[in-house]
Design a protein around this ligand. Structure first.
Ligand SMILES: [Zn+2]
Length: 208
């Protein structure tokens, strides 16, 4: 389980969760500007089952491309990783139910994307020792949390009091309305502060 990447370089990592809102402009941005991102896809969001999180506002593209949208992101270089089937609070589930959520999601991603996920992010950041055990049996190598979240408007909500980016920070963003515009603001902000965007998989590979 890790929440940041050990490095002295001024580099941060962008991760994007769930998958309700599927704006084609965002895929173009990632592809054309070669922005390294890691996606944690949640089945019910991708397939637009149930109700999206209202906090992001009313979406224009909810479920628009289903898994095809994530195949486009894959083709733009973004790994598609595991974030459960239904977004439960895993701490409320026993080992077997947790395993169904994590392995079930890994199987769907394997089928739809063609690559088995090796990273897992627990919904809400809630996990316990059963989560880590279950994830390992589903082929997951690392469970990744985050150090800051990105709010609408590209505003960074830090978990540290001095409100500064740190080398190795992992930022959490959601697929939500206006993501392409918010993303532009965020990427510019990160560059202005002298940070680069890192390739998460390359850094994880280099970790001991
Ligand atoms: Zn989520």
């Amino acid at each position: 389980m890790i929440s940041s990447i050990p490095t002295k370089r001024k580099v941060v990592f962008l991760t994007i969760d769930d998958g309700w809102e599927q704006d084609p402009g965002f895929v173009r941005q990632v592809r054309e500007e070669r922005i390294p991102i890691t996606v944690f896809a949640m089945r019910d969001a991708v397939e637009a089952r149930g109700k999206p999180d209202p906090a992001g506002g009313v979406g224009r593209y909810v479920g628009a491309g289903k898994w095809g949208y994530f195949r486009q992101l894959r083709d733009a270089g973004a790994p598609i990783e595991d974030h459960t089937l239904t977004h439960p609070n895993l701490r409320l589930l026993g080992y077997d139910a947790q395993r169904r959520e994590i392995c079930g999601s890994a199987q769907v991603i394997r089928k739809e994307i063609g690559v088995r996920p090796t990273l897992f992010r627990p919904p809400f950041g809630n996990y316990n020792t059963d989560t880590l055990r279950a994830a390992a049996t589903c082929g997951i190598k690392k469970v990744l949390l985050w150090t800051a979240t990105v709010q609408p408007g590209g505003k960074i909500a830090y978990q540290v009091p001095d409100k500064r980016l740190r080398p190795g920070d992992v930022l959490l963003i959601h697929f939500r309305p206006h993501l392409a515009g918010d993303f532009r603001i965020l990427v510019d902000k990160i560059h202005r502060r002298g940070f680069e965007l890192g390739n998460l998989q390359a850094y994880l590979h280099a970790m001991p």
